[in-house]
Design a protein around this ligand. Sequence first.
Ligand code: SAH
Length: 296
Amino acid sequence: MTNAHAHIEGNRPLGKVYLVGAGPGDPGLFTLKGKALLEVADVVVYDALVSPPILSMVNPHARLLSAGKRRGYHSLSQPEITQLLHELAQQHAIVVRLKGGDPFVFGRGGEEMADLIEAGIDVEVVPGITAGVAVPAYAGIPVTHRSLSSSVTFVTGHEAAGKYRPEVDWRAIAQGSETIVIYMGVHNLPNIVKALTDGGLSSETPVALIRWGTRPEQDELIATLATIEAEMRATGFAAPAIAVIGAVVNMRPLLAACRPAVADIKSGAGIADPKILPSPPTTIGNPLARMDSGIV
Ligand code: SAH
């Protein structure tokens, strides 16, 4: 199929692939740049963790293709995805590769981008808000705090078996980082907890597990390194979740009192709807007033 905007010279793909981060789920946390691309995309290839309200921002004329990617449900392999994007870039002008969170944070965005560049395809990254920062925030946990934590490590819990890189050095992390934020860690959490306590972390260190963070179904489990495994078993806590380990978890009772509201575009209270935004103070520099007057 040829596209109105695509210019195809021989076999050279002239479409462009945008690697777009969708953020952790709340559509209000999606970037304006990402949203604008969904409104003009010819085709969107999305991962399983992209939330439905964000998919509903895709213009109705675009092809919408799922690339799968959840533990145990890999519907397309990484080389198949690259091949698909390569083919789509030959047929369409604007190809959006939509990933949960930020494409370059445990999202294989770096690999995908390198493969596409190697294949001669024009590609650009549009960062997103990563789950490791926003999900704790929505649970009332700041990942750094002047008196509790001056350092944070973002680490994958998925490669405990040391599959594609040398194993994570949990001992070094236990000793060198005051906050530890683990992606894809639910499955391996018992091993990780053991490695961290072996590495010197107190078994009294607080742990928060936050599932489906920033979404209406957000669920939290708070425990310590000593108790988290039993609590997970007792509650049947399952992925996808972010784990936060460290003293910052103790801020939660105070900060969670003022929880962010999750934007719900299905109910009509869309992110572009001024009604869900706080009232601007006065007239000068008021972006909503500028919007109304058509300047923006
Ligand atoms: N690129 C993504 C991370 C992809 S790895 C980002 O920057 O956020 C997938 C892991 O991210 C999940 O296993 C889970 O640990 C975490 N994750 C992503 N979205 C999440 C959410 N809404 N709530 C909790 N964890 C989430």
